[in-house]
Unconditional design. Structure first.
Length: 150
């Protein structure tokens, strides 16, 4: 085995990904082996950078299909900046939703009502949840800003 080649066990060890994930990524066309040594797949040195990009994409919430589209046919990254901006906007919305949920949880934890079911703010949150509105603008109306409400 040349120094630049790594078998699947080495790639798994160095990337922290199980061999089953590497095989799945290969099946999906995200990575490509360069040959075999016995029954073991061999990969070139660039596979670790490619796996790091895949991991970054997954952490940012991109699907494997979206990540696959971020590579040119020659395997080099071809990342659509508009797609990155759209994902950043999506993450911003999700962060805002989580902040709203956090404020609601903090209110519920500190509420002085004898029971959460007696708290008007908590009742509004429940009503929003029952209507499927959590995660939308309606949730923002149901949860007060810090220092407001009960």
């Amino acid at each position: 085995m040349q120094m630049s080649e790594m078998d699947i066990a080495e790639v798994a060890h160095r990337s922290g990904l199980p061999a089953s994930t590497l095989r799945y990524y290969e099946e999906k066309g995200l990575i490509a082996s360069i040959g075999r040594r016995g029954l073991r797949r061999l990969f070139g040195p660039g596979v670790l950078d490619r796996l790091a990009l895949i991991s970054l994409g997954r952490a940012a919430g991109f699907s494997l299909e979206e990540i696959a589209a971020m590579f040119a046919s020659d395997g080099r990254p071809r990342i659509d900046r508009g797609l990155l901006a759209d994902k950043a906007d999506e993450l911003g919305r999700r962060i805002a939703e989580l902040q709203v949920m956090r404020r609601g949880l903090l209110h519920a934890a500190a509420c002085r009502a004898p029971s959460h079911m007696e708290c008007p703010t908590f009742r509004r949150i429940l009503k929003a949840a029952a209507a499927g509105a959590l995660g939308t603008a309606a949730r923002k109306r149901a949860v007060p800003e810090k220092g407001k409400g009960r």
